[in-house]
Design a protein around this ligand. Structure first.
Ligand code: CP3
Length: 342
């Protein structure tokens, strides 16, 4: 098997870790900005299989990353369930809110999501034909809690306050939403796999704001349900989970969910994570994305430190969070050269 990401996910310790980058297709690349301008707006780009395939391939051509992540967004699933979704330039996503039972009752379920999401499956199937044979195709979805935080508030929030409030004030409604999203995520990811995704990743960007039992119920349990159901439908499918900013709660996350790989943000030290998380399976991460802006010797030193810390077990090199629009494309090349040439 020549796909290094699949080898690491199967538990192999490689002499040079495979590498890809969250948001590797994005605004820091001039070729992305050009294709995005051609598409009109971000959502039109997501739903255009030809252009979404093109932007997914751009960072592969430029850098030869070992993995390609489908170009889409975690908020397409709520849209497919019936929420209104739009993006305000310079601010981020906006959705119709969910604050009461009547809002929830307007959402659909089950097979209906595929009417909206079929162009995404078309992008996956084009990519699986067009990618170089050594490049692993990664599908993804948001985790139920993270997606729920956007659906409840109708936008991104610094502390996920509205979602915590609904959870505390109307737990049955909150849990019904988590359950609906869990089912929808399984159906969405299943179609991505049927179309050719070789790995799936579940992004729980706001997992870190769940504490105690809430973390177990709303971050860990849905990740386990999604992972196990996908693995029963598609035996051998590797799953990456990303409970961002889980801190100490990263420990045991492989075993508790059955996932093959736990992705780490940069708030945990690589040495600590090697000792406490990588012992249980493959890890992904965790260079601070700010190095892609600042570059220089610090980038080289930190890249080496991450590679070295995780060198005794299965590791996929990545950033701790997505690359930002102000990053310098040359710094990405410097990171890759450092990983591959030492
Ligand atoms: O990683 C990739 O290259 C694959 C594509 C991808 C996007 N978003 C494209 C995107 C993936 C995996 C995501 C995940 C995503 N989307 C998350 C989870 C990961 C994370 O970053 O925490 C979240 C929370 C979202 C929701 C979202 N989408 C927000 C909050 C924003 C606005 C912030 C921003 O960066 O502008 C987006 C927009 C978005 N999603 C862009 C891209 C390339 C920028 C849109 C543009 O071109 O204007």
């Amino acid at each position: 098997m020549s796909k290094t990401i699949l080898r690491a996910l199967a538990g192999e310790t490689l002499p040079v870790p495979p590498v890809w980058m969250m948001r590797q297709a994005g605004r820091y690349l001039p070729e992305y900005r050009a294709t995005r301008a051609e598409a009109g707006d971000f959502l039109s780009l997501c739903y255009n299989p030809e252009l979404a395939t093109e932007v997914t391939l751009q960072p592969i051509r430029r850098y030869g990353f070992d993995g390609a992540i489908l170009f889409a967004d975690i908020l397409l699933l709520p849209q497919a369930l019936g929420a209104d979704l739009w993006f305000v330039t310079g601010e981020g996503p906006r959705l119709s809110t969910i604050t009461c039972q009547a809002d929830f009752d307007k959402l659909g379920r089950g097979e209906m999501i595929h009417d909206t999401l079929s162009p995404i499956y078309e992008t996956v199937s084009r990519l699986s034909r067009e990618l170089p044979e050594e490049t692993t195709l990664i599908g993804f979805a948001g985790a139920p809690w993270t997606v729920a935080t956007y659906m409840i508030a109708g936008k991104g929030t610094p502390d996920q306050g509205p979602a915590h409030a609904l959870k505390d004030e109307n737990r049955p409604l909150f849990e019904a939403l988590i359950e609906r999203l869990t089912e929808g995520t399984i159906d969405y990811l299943s179609e991505q796999v049927k179309a050719g995704a070789e790995v799936v990743k579940i992004f729980d960007s706001w997992a870190g704001s769940l504490e105690g039992e809430d973390f177990d119920r709303y971050a860990l349990a849905p990740a386990r349900t999604i992972t196990q159901e996908l693995k029963s439908r598609f035996p051998g499918l590797p799953v990456i989970v990303f409970p961002r900013q889980a801190g100490d709660k990263y420990v045991g996350f492989h075993a508790a969910t059955g996932a093959d790989c736990v992705a780490l943000d940069d708030s945990v030290s690589p040495d600590w994570a090697a000792e406490h998380v990588q012992v249980s399976g493959c890890v992904q991460g965790n260079l601070a994305n700010t190095h892609m802006v600042t570059g220089g010797q610090a980038l080289v030193d930190e890249t080496r430190r991450v590679v070295q810390a995780f060198s005794k077990g299965p590791h996929i090199f990545n950033l701790g969070h997505g690359i930002t629009p102000d990053a310098d494309p040359e710094n990405v090349q410097l990171m890759i050269d450092t990983i591959r040439n030492g």
